[in-house]
Design a protein around this ligand. Structure first.
Ligand code: ZN
Length: 146
């Protein structure tokens, strides 16, 4: 299904804005969880730092990275959406986001993803799915202590 011109403009604006002005950019001081992810096929790298509360809520998280606009914008938007959420909620959001970018079934709670749904266009570019998922996989690794 082709994107309307309006939606394509919005998509480009949002991606560019987040990649140029990443939200929650930086590192957290220890003690915290950390993971590094890379996507050699595109040259993207992401480091994430998370602090979990006693109740399993992601109290704070930050990221640093380099690479294509999609990888960095996805990371920036992700940090805004999963901050304050529980580990379980973040895992459901990751699965919903994966469905959207891979075109693999309907998400359970599309509203929770907000503007992240604008990245659904990458499903036409399988190489770009790894870019979009990179930060999410890094968070998963950090939470599981891998
Ligand atoms: Zn990339």
């Amino acid at each position: 299904m082709p994107l309307s011109d309006e939606l394509r403009d919005l998509y480009q604006q949002v991606i560019l804005d987040h990649s140029r002005n990443p939200r929650n950019h930086g590192e957290l001081p220890p003690p915290c969880l950390h993971a590094h992810g890379d996507n050699p096929s595109c040259g993207d790298e992401i480091d994430v730092w998370l602090r979990l509360g006693d109740n399993g809520v992601i109290e704070d998280l930050k990221f640093k990275g380099q690479g294509c606009a999609i990888s960095q914008a996805s990371a920036s938007m992700m940090t805004q959406k999963i901050k304050g959420k529980s580990k379980d909620q973040a895992a459901s959001m990751r699965e919903d986001f994966r469905r959207i970018v891979m075109g693999d079934g309907a998400p359970q709670d599309e509203d929770a993803l907000g503007e992240l749904v604008l990245l659904e266009g990458v499903q036409k570019f399988p190489q770009r799915v790894k870019c979009a998922m990179l930060a999410w996989r890094a968070v998963e690794q950090a939470l599981e202590g891998k």
